[in-house]
Design a binder for this molecule. Structure first.
Ligand SMILES: [Fe+2]
Length: 286
């Protein structure tokens, strides 16, 4: 099971071309692009493919582009083959290798058909071992539900996988945030087994961070001995309404992505990068 759960290195290209140095790494997280079929707009408004294309261009244009990109779910709005095809077309210009995991809007069979390198059976949990920071991707999708669950088998795999490399700095990625966000309608579709997940993470001090999506906002908190944070969506945001029982609403705030910068002597530093067209950079003093 373990060998089938590592992402094939052949997908990622030769190691020598990937790292800034042997020890430095930039991991970018894109989340919740909600790609629709070609020519369709989300909620009849948003050009989600155009928004994701902007994110790809932003990453490609960075002075220090990422070594690896993880897309933390809701790749598509309806989980159809047409939408996965559109997602792949938009992502194709990305210079860095990328890996994917499912969100509640995704469907495993269509995703597996689009990404045959994903595990052939069961949920899509796997590791990426080729970089200074080890990435562990989990699958929290319950097909047909907005809620998430990792499940006992995957949690046992996570525990074994973390035990196997206690010396390696590690990021664990999944779609559903493992904490209460304070946004009522998001928490109503939260992660069922967050406590069991946290107990395992707490037992493995090499977990530098747990990253998630789903909430379409940037959040962070102390969580079971590490940091848990969420990335904004590349398209619409969930409106910030913290009143108990507040209804679901979205808003077109500036979209963004999360970027994690690893230097072994400095630790893992997190950034939120807004996506858009901005004036600059300008040199100071000019
Ligand atoms: Fe989403």
């Amino acid at each position: 099971m373990d060998c089938k759960s590592s992402y094939p290195s052949s997908i990622l290209g030769p190691a020598s071309t990937r790292a800034l140095s042997d020890s430095i790494m930039i991991l970018a997280q894109l989340s919740d692009p909600h790609i629709c079929a070609p020519g369709q707009r989300l909620f009849a408004r948003a050009d989600t493919a155009g928004a994701l294309a902007d994110a790809v261009a932003r990453l490609n244009g960075l002075a220090t582009p990422p070594n690896l990109v993880v897309v933390t779910g809701d790749l598509t709005e309806h989980g159809t083959p047409e939408e996965y095809g559109q997602f792949q077309r938009v992502m194709a210009p990305l210079a860095a290798p990328y890996v994917v995991l499912p969100g509640n809007h995704d469907r495993r069979q269509a995703m597996r058909d689009a990404f045959p390198e994903l595990p052939a059976v069961g949920p899509f949990h796997y590791t990426v071992e080729d970089f200074p920071v080890r990435l562990i991707c989990l699958d929290s999708l319950i097909e047909g539900s907005g809620r998430g669950q990792i499940g006992p088998e995957q949690l046992a795999w996570l525990d074994r996988t973390l035990k196997a490399a206690p010396e390696r700095p590690t990021v664990v990625a999944l779609h559903h945030p493992p904490f209460s966000t304070g946004i009522h309608h998001v928490d109503a579709v939260g992660l069922d087994d967050a406590e069991a997940f946290g107990t395992i993470v707490a037992a493995h001090g090499q977990v530098e961070r747990v990253i998630a999506g789903h909430v379409h906002r940037a959040m962070q908190r102390r969580w079971f001995g590490t940091i848990a944070s969420t990335a904004p969506s590349t398209t619409h945001a969930v409106d910030l309404d913290l009143r108990p029982g507040a209804g679901a609403a979205y808003i077109y705030e500036t979209p963004g992505l999360q970027l994690l910068h690893w230097r072994p002597w400095a630790g893992l530093v997190g950034h939120i990068l807004p996506l858009g067209r901005f004036d600059g950079p300008h040199r100071y003093g000019k």
